[in-house]
Design a protein around this ligand. Structure first.
Ligand SMILES: [Zn+2]
Length: 221
């Protein structure tokens, strides 16, 4: 599944678990995204190979992705990091546990929505055991795209109804901005609100393209 999908799903997970502070919700959400930090290796490789994406893909991304950060050891590391970062409240252990779970769920989702040719390595570095499901769909397949857009749509709706959203992962101000936009639009159908709504939808579409383009997703072919 795509990184932004993991981030949003984990935020909803924290929200549904009743995590009170925005900071702790952020920790759980980013913990759910964390296994995909290996994308940094891909970004580094693209630069290393002089922006030859195919070479970077073959020599680095294909070997690195899902291998070192999609397993038990990284899940545990995420839990420890979350414990260290979480607010010093009695709920601290709970936040760490939720973060650990979010990281583990990420692996499960990648198993389901990653394709049989892209296994995860749950026991690395103890074992090179590959885990994949023959019935799983590939990363660029339509269910992943439907889930991504479902999460984005839910984000707008959630911001409107509850007053916060997964955009909180990027700061309270980002979240407050989105809430302001979607609520203003409900109260008055002013031209400015209408324009802003278009800006948001175009941004969502561009984001989807940015996510899907590196995967070789081509809607016309
Ligand atoms: Zn992943």
């Amino acid at each position: 599944m795509q990184g932004p999908t993991h981030l949003m799903l984990s935020w909803y997970f924290a929200e549904s678990a009743g995590v009170r502070s925005a900071r702790d919700r952020r920790i759980v959400a980013w913990a759910g995204f964390a296994p995909d930090i290996d994308v940094l290796a891909y970004a580094g490789a693209i630069v290393w190979y002089g922006f030859d994406k195919d070479l970077a893909y073959e020599n680095v991304w294909q070997l690195v992705h899902h291998r070192y950060t999609h397993g038990l050891s990284f899940v545990l590391l995420t839990g420890v990091l979350a414990w260290w970062l979480a607010s010093r409240t009695p709920a601290r252990a709970r936040v760490a546990l939720l973060a650990l779970l979010a990281s583990a769920i990420h692996n499960f989702f990648d198993l389901v929505g990653g394709g049989p040719t892209w296994p995860i390595y749950p026991l690395w570095p103890l074992s090179d055991f590959k885990w994949y499901a023959t019935w799983s769909w590939t990363i660029g397949a339509w269910p992943n795209i439907v889930i991504l857009f479902g999460c984005l749509g839910a984000m707008l709706l959630y911001a409107r109804v509850v007053g916060r959203s997964p955009l909180e992962c990027f700061g309270d101000r980002a979240s407050a901005w989105l809430t302001g936009v979607v609520r203003q639009e409900r109260r008055s159908d002013s031209a400015a609100a209408g324009r802003l709504r278009w800006v948001i939808w175009v941004s969502v579409a561009l984001l989807a393209v940015a996510v899907l383009a590196p995967l070789g997703f081509n809607p016309f072919g």
